[in-house]
Design a protein around this ligand. Structure first.
Ligand SMILES: O=P(O)(O)OC[C@@H](O)[C@@H](O)c1c[nH]c2ccccc12
Length: 257
């Protein structure tokens, strides 16, 4: 296990539900200048880690809320380089995880990307368009670092595939709860609980469920079978609307589950 796995497992072993909010870098009133403050706000209110999205023009797995946030961030002039430069000035007590499509990273230079992240609090990478078969483009550079890839396991992953993805995971497992894009207001499949329970069984690192979580009630239900939840669209929309107290209440509440 790497730093991300150890940090989260330690929290989870203490009986705490893990909660990882997702934010879009650059989607702040003052552009990237607002990133440090947003991270501090989420950290202070009990985020276990924070997923930082890199805006991209063609975000195939993003639902409307995240997509709009990406459009705003790009309009604010956000680039991967500027995000990394900003992250290098940020100090946190919790790990950060970058969520990005591979294209901006490829353009930036994979080796340079990994190298530049070493001086940031980033401890994990979620790359939805890099399947296990292509992870080899990153793993040689990640090997000597404390940064790990976070596998996405979907409802359509076969048992064999799940075993393969869970094997060697050193941070956490991102259990995608729906077949579709991000966003709130989805109905979950009947077999979801059984699927998540089996995944938990298979995995040594914490398992977090993500896609469609927007209430403490849902978080509580998921915590019966997995270690925690990832919350994207709900947080992104509430931040955009300035509903900070609501977010704080959600995070504080999640920590009491
Ligand atoms: O927005 P939701 O439904 O709460 O789901 C989390 C999600 O937004 C975040 O983890 C994410 C944003 N973009 C992604 C692309 C792929 C996988 C995950 C993501």
């Amino acid at each position: 296990m790497k730093a991300l796995g150890n940090f989260l497992k330690n929290k989870s072993d203490q009986g705490q539900m893990l909660v990882i909010p997702y934010i879009m870098a650059g989607d702040h009133v003052d552009g990237l200048d607002g990133l440090a403050e947003t991270i501090a706000f989420l950290e202070e209110n009990g985020a276990s880690a924070i997923e930082i999205g890199i805006p991209f023009s063609d975000p195939v797995a993003d639902g409307p809320v995240i997509e709009q946030a990406g459009i705003r961030a790009l309009a604010n002039g956000t680039t991967l380089k500027k995000v990394i430069d900003t992250l290098q000035t940020i100090e946190t007590t919790i790990p950060l995880v970058i969520m990005s499509y591979i294209n901006p990273i490829y353009k930036y230079g994979i080796e340079k990307f990994v190298d530049d992240l070493k001086t940031t609090p980033v401890k994990g990478l979620i790359l939805p368009d890099v399947p296990r078969e292509h992870e080899g483009m990153l793993t040689p550079f990640l090997a000597a670092t404390d940064i790990t890839l976070v596998p996405l396991v979907t409802l359509t992953s076969t048992l064999e595939r799940q075993v393969e993805l869970v094997t060697g995971a050193a941070g956490f497992i991102y259990a995608v709860t729906v077949n579709g894009v991000t966003g709130v207001g989805r109905t979950y499949a009947d077999n979801l609980t059984a699927h998540l329970a089996r995944l938990s069984e298979l995995s040594d690192v914490p398992v977090l469920a993500g896609f469609g979580v927007s209430s403490l009630e849902q978080a509580k239900n998921f915590h019966q079978v997995v270690d925690g939840v990832i919350v994207g669209s709900y947080i992104v929309q509430a931040l955009h609307d300035g509903r900070r107290e609501e977010i704080a209440a959600f995070l504080v509440g999640a920590n009491q589950i």
